[in-house]
Ligand binder design. Structure first.
Ligand SMILES: Cc1cc2nc3c(=O)[nH]c(=O)nc-3n(C[C@H](O)[C@H](O)[C@H](O)COP(=O)(O)O)c2cc1C
Length: 133
């Protein structure tokens, strides 16, 4: 699923967090999973962001069957970074659940700029993208 609530938390141990709407179809799987991955999208990956923002959408039909050391499908193509995580903590976040993940492995690309979502629209570091979400 697409999340904008991703944040770094701690370096030692290496922790990240994100919050998930209690109505999300992915919530039960995330709660039950013993591993998952976070991909940071590059500025040209608006379509991918929109694809993963649709409940019941075809999130995986298009992808290469790429899995890594954990069972989660980690390798979205051409992303800026990937964090493989194991569950560390879960907190009540009102109508969201806050997931804290312990990073077990990560990859980053030295080139490229992030896709930014602000004020209901996608942006790049240089300005606003033409299309909205
Ligand atoms: C840019 C963007 C950021 C989003 N951030 C979050 C988020 O942080 N948490 C969340 O629960 N949903 C977020 N959403 C909405 C989910 O991606 C969307 O509800 C998705 O359909 C959930 O998929 P699922 O129902 O299959 O789990 C975001 C959507 C977009 C477009």
């Amino acid at each position: 699923m697409t999340v904008a609530s991703f944040n770094s938390v701690s370096l030692d141990p290496p922790l990240i967090l994100f919050s998930v709407d209690r109505r999300s179809l992915s919530l039960a799987d995330l709660c039950a999973s013993d591993s998952y991955a976070v991909n940071v999208l590059e500025e040209s990956q608006q379509d991918m962001s929109n694809r993963f923002a649709k409940g019941n959408g075809d999130k995986w039909g298009w992808r290469d069957a790429a899995t890594d050391s954990c069972d989660a499908p980690v390798l979205l193509p051409d992303t800026l970074a990937t964090f493989e995580c194991e569950p560390y903590a879960q907190y009540d976040g009102g109508d969201h659940v806050i997931f804290v993940g312990r990073v077990t492995r990560h990859r980053t690309r030295s080139q490229g700029r992030p896709l930014i979502f602000f004020g209901g629209r996608y942006h790049t570091l240089n300005g606003v993208h033409a299309a909205s979400a």
